[in-house]
Write a new protein. Structure first.
Length: 165
């Protein structure tokens, strides 16, 4: 996991812990650090770190973020290629990659709260891979997705232009 992915993940967790139901934005993080820790980190600096254009951060920034998120400062570095904190199978690696992909996608689709929320819920599922396989099975069964959506969310009328299920 890269440093940027770790910070995005920590913002997502922090948002949940604070009852927001969404990740803290970078600006909310900067403001919370200023208010709670009395330290300043610029939003643009944080954006560069998360975006990968600044692959390393200063020791002082690492210390502030570690204290704020309550993690060890050593966590806030890129993991070496193939590194895992525990012995895990290839399937578990896939699970973690799916979860990170979904959380990153949820951030990108923040302007669509329904899609973003579903991506976060899916990432928090115990077996994300199995959920994807279930979705695939639903989509392979003609008309099932449409019927399920009409039953579970009758207020949402989906047209063929939006979703041809």
């Amino acid at each position: 996991m890269t440093l940027g992915e770790k910070i995005r993940y920590l913002r997502e967790v922090e948002g949940s812990l604070r009852g927001l139901g969404r990740p803290l934005t970078q600006l909310e993080l900067v403001r919370a650090i200023r208010k709670e820790k009395g330290k300043n980190i610029s939003q643009s600096y944080l954006s560069q770190i998360e975006g990968g254009s600044r692959p390393h951060m200063t020791q002082s920034t690492r210390a502030v973020l570690a204290k704020f998120f309550k993690v060890h400062p050593g966590f806030l570095v890129d993991d070496p290629e193939g590194y895992h904190t525990e012995l895990i199978s290839d399937l578990r690696t896939t699970e973690g990659q799916l979860d990170m992909w979904l959380l990153h996608g949820a951030e990108r689709f923040a302007s669509d709260p329904e899609v973003s929320g579903v991506m976060i819920k899916l990432a928090h599922e115990e077996d994300t891979r199995r959920c994807f396989l279930l979705l695939g099975a639903i989509l392979e069964t003609p008309g099932l997705a449409r019927r399920l959506l009409e039953t579970l969310k009758p207020q949402q009328r989906m047209t063929r232009e939006v979703c041809s299920l």
